[in-house]
Write a protein that binds this ligand. Structure first.
Ligand SMILES: NC(=O)C1=CN([C@@H]2O[C@H](COP(=O)(O)OP(=O)(O)OC[C@H]3O[C@@H](n4cnc5c(N)ncnc54)[C@H](O)[C@@H]3O)[C@@H](O)[C@H]2O)C=CC1
Ligand SMILES: N[C@@H](CC=O)C(=O)O
Ligand code: NA
Length: 461
């Protein structure tokens, strides 16, 4: 007969003692779930979880945490002998790096959501974990609630992943979705993302792409069994995405998303984060608000898609709790989970050598021969044009006519290229700015099909 064990029936001598660092947006939800689900978690683990301390900066701000658990001395907490697992939800590099290295070296398992630290110094943390035989889990660090790192590390361990690409930052996706759907203002949308608990403590990490770059580094490292740090990732944020870019994308049947794209080709890897136009028919185009979605392409499995809430307190706490249960189970059973495998040591390709398609909008003087001149510059740099559209703006460039009559009209040339290297496109744009007839570059955005042919561009709104 099957019996359900209550926490009281479990062997309390084997309780797994947990130290929590940080009780903000995510940490406070971990405390809540640990309390509300104590019996179920104990039944799943085979022993109860005991929260033995919560390190915070200002104890008075945490009325929901039992006062006797609160401490401002995180170093003392992680060094207590009784602590089995340290759950880190503080964020940032220091003092967290030192605290977690000490914990791991002392054989304590670590669960963290700290992508900044893992992308900067994941190798040192993994080495410390290997040395002492402790677990290091960080599912919550990438794409919040979405189970993504465990499928890469475990379910796909027998396959060869060639591409991981998608939307991995909830804050910027929330802002871009609001700008596209309701014409919301960038600053207001960012403030709202902060209020909802999506943004980082310093939201420049979100809008300038640092957060997504850290996540890309973690994804590339795990997917390609190599070490990629945040510094290896090409990064552009969304600060320069204008309402005009969003309207231009719409006119082409596209939407603008901040993408993280990690690829393995010919013995090297590339990792980049930048805004890009994607066709509205692509599944990623309908991922809105704080949702994230990631495509994985593997040699045998083909394409897989992971979708869910990428930011938010309860959502992220779900992933943290999943890791905590895994680490606690390992303590109860003895042994540890799979270690990071970075055996491949692959070089990282420079951004200039990566290839994609581009949307280039040029403000030009609308006179005979301009289109041929512009096309010539693209050809000289080996960048092939897929489509050109001219949008007359009805204005005049006026002042240079001898008789005071209005000069030739201004127009915008909208060019979409075939796949070209980033270096060739950059050189093309620079050369274009040197043409007399080019009054300015109104916008350059990459166009991504993410494994699907981009056939429908120019299909209108
Ligand atoms: N908010 C979200 O949606 C997500 C957050 N994360 C990550 O989770 C971590 C925590 O994020 P949030 O909860 O949003 O941040 P938060 O800013 O709300 O909370 C951080 C907490 O750490 C405390 N703290 C700061 N320095 C400390 C120190 N030296 N000792 C002890 N406590 C200290 C702060 O007082 C605060 O309570 C970060 O690494 C973040 O990147 C990951 C996925 C999603
Ligand atoms: N600030 C991050 C939080 C989750 O990682 C985001 O917006 O995605
Ligand atoms: Na995740």
């Amino acid at each position: 007969m099957t019996q359900t064990r209550s926490a009281a029936e479990l062997d309390h001598r084997r309780a797994v003692n947990v130290a929590l660092l940080g009780a903000g947006v995510v940490g406070s939800q971990v405390v809540r779930l640990l309390t509300e689900q104590a019996d179920e978690l104990a039944a799943r683990i085979g022993a109860p979880l005991h929260l033995v301390g919560v390190a915070v900066r200002r104890p008075q701000r945490h009325p929901d945490v039992p006062a006797d658990l609160l401490t401002t001395d995180a170093a003392e907490l992680v060094s207590r002998d009784e602590v089995d697992v340290v759950v880190e939800l503080v964020g940032g590099i220091e003092p967290v790096r030192g605290l977690l290295l000490t914990a791991l070296k002392n054989g304590k398992s670590v669960v963290s959501a700290n992508k900044a630290l893992l992308a900067e110094d994941g190798a040192a943390l993994a080495a410390a974990a290997d040395e002492s035989g402790a677990d290091l889990y960080y599912e919550a660090s990438v794409a919040g609630a979405i189970p993504l790192l465990r499928p890469i590390q475990q379910s796909l361990a027998g396959d060869r992943i060639v591409r991981v690409a998608g939307i991995v930052n909830g804050t910027t996706n929330f802002i871009l979705s609001a700008m596209a759907s309701s014409g919301a203002n960038y600053t207001e949308a960012l403030e709202e993302a902060g209020r909802l608990g999506y943004a980082e403590a310093d939201p420049t990490a979100d809008v300038d792409g640092y957060d997504a770059a850290s996540k890309a580094a973690i994804l590339a490292s795990l997917a390609f069994h190599t070490r990629v740090t945040a510094d290896d990732v090409y990064r552009e944020g969304i600060r320069d995405v204008t309402a005009a870019d969003i309207a231009a994308a719409k006119a082409l049947g596209c939407t603008v998303k901040l993408l993280a794209i990690c690829e393995q080709t010919d013995g090297s890897v590339s990792a980049r984060v930048h805004p890009a136009m994607i066709p509205r028919s692509h599944p990623l185009a309908s991922v809105s608000g704080a949702y994230n979605a990631v495509f994985i392409e593997a040699a045998a499995a083909g394409q897989l898609m992971f979708y869910g809430q990428g930011a938010g307190g309860p959502q992220t706490a779900s992933a943290v709790l999943g890791d905590l249960v895994a680490a606690a189970r390992n303590r109860v059973i003895g042994g540890r989970g799979p270690r990071d495998t970075a055996h491949a040591a692959l070089p990282v390709l420079a951004m200039g050598d990566t290839h994609t398609r581009y949307h280039v909008a040029l403000d030009v003087t609308d006179r005979a021969g301009v289109l041929a001149q512009v096309a010539g510059v693209f050809a000289e740099h080996g960048v092939s044009i897929a489509t050109v559209r001219q949008e007359g703006r009805g204005g005049t460039s006026g002042s240079d006519a001898d008789d005071g009559a209005p000069g030739p009209k201004d127009a915008t040339l909208v060019i979409v290229t075939h796949s070209a290297s980033d270096a060739a496109l950059a050189a093309t744009v620079e050369a274009l700015t040197g043409l007399d007839a080019v009054r300015g570059v109104a916008g350059v955005l990459r166009v991504e099909g993410l494994g699907r042919p981009v056939t429908e561009l120019g299909g209108g709104s």
